[in-house]
Design a protein around this ligand. Structure first.
Ligand code: 9MG
Length: 277
């Protein structure tokens, strides 16, 4: 399996690290830290040096209950940063948004991937992604960010998440999105209880038959805090690394993480064991 951006093609014979850059005042773990352009850029530089292969930039928090942001506000947060990153590096930049106008502008300014937690369900999003011809991550979410954690409910979480992703892959393919541009994501923490998240994680290997690169995002999430006796966000590093390593072992292709250096070290060990005869 391969993943191609305009500047680089990855073979996906080992997981890629996608470093998270939230340019928001209210994200659950790093909200407010990178609103300032210089601190954001120096964080990007650090993540590149630490081993990130993709940078995911978001201008609207998707944590449960987060306030909605206008297109203008979201663009003001992310576009200058995308331009600035393009001046210092050709690392692929992913735009984390569900809004078509933000997708369009971000790609025009040098982003080369769309990460949509809404799986391109906004009006015109599938058509736009076809036209832009860039990799797109389509994620499963039950409900909407504002209310998704109120009463998540499934008969069989693995089957239902897989069915949703299959259906979205079909919609994308029928609209003309190339199969090799589609990345799937079960959406940990998006309309799911702890039990749903753990069940999905245990069955990650079952997503292989959808035949698309698999992105896993669990870094510092509340499922880790819940297992660790309600540890707050800044005490979830070791738990995040444990899950990143397990996901890599189960063959995840992209890990979306806050802590790039720690994840990169863990992945090196995981890879060394995998490659040993
Ligand atoms: C933006 N965002 C927050 N969590 C995420 C996750 O788990 N996956 C993807 N693709 N995006 C996410």
């Amino acid at each position: 399996m391969k993943l191609s951006f305009d500047s680089i093609t990855f073979e996906l014979n080992r997981p890629l690290i996608m470093g998270i850059l939230n340019v928001t005042p209210d994200s659950f773990s790093d909200g407010g830290l990178f609103i300032n352009k210089n601190s954001a850029l120096s964080h990007v530089n650090q993540m590149i040096n630490d081993g990130a292969q993709i940078i995911d930039i978001g201008g609207e928090s998707t944590r449960p209950g987060a306030a909605e942001v206008s297109v203008d506000e979201e663009c003001q947060r992310v576009i200058p940063l995308i331009k600035a990153i393009r001046n210092i590096s050709d690392i692929p930049v992913s735009i984390d948004t569900s809004k078509t106008e933000v997708m369009r502008l971000a790609i025009a300014e040098g982003a080369s991937m769309i990460n949509d937690v809404n799986a391109l369900r906004a009006e015109g999003a599938v058509e736009l992604a076809t036209q832009l011809n860039v990799p797109v991550c389509i994620m499963h979410m039950q409900g909407l960010p504002r209310t998704m954690q109120h009463t998540p409910s499934y008969n069989n979480v693995v089957d239902e998440v897989k069915d949703f992703l299959k259906q979205r892959i079909n919609v994308c393919i029928n609209a003309g999105i190339k199969h090799e541009n589609i990345i799937i994501d079960p959406g940990f923490g998006f309309g799911k209880t702890l039990e749903h998240n753990l069940t999905l994680f245990k069955h990650l290997d079952e997503f292989e038959d959808l035949d698309c690169p698999l992105l896993v995002g669990v870094s510092r999430k509340s499922m880790i805090g819940q297992v660790l006796d309600n540890a707050p966000g800044d005490e979830r590093l070791y738990g995040s690394i444990a899950l990143a390593t397990l996901a890599a072992w189960i063959n995840a292709n992209i890990l979306r993480v806050h802590d790039v250096k720690a994840t990169a070290d863990a992945l090196k060990l995981c890879q060394a064991v995998k490659e040993t005869m």
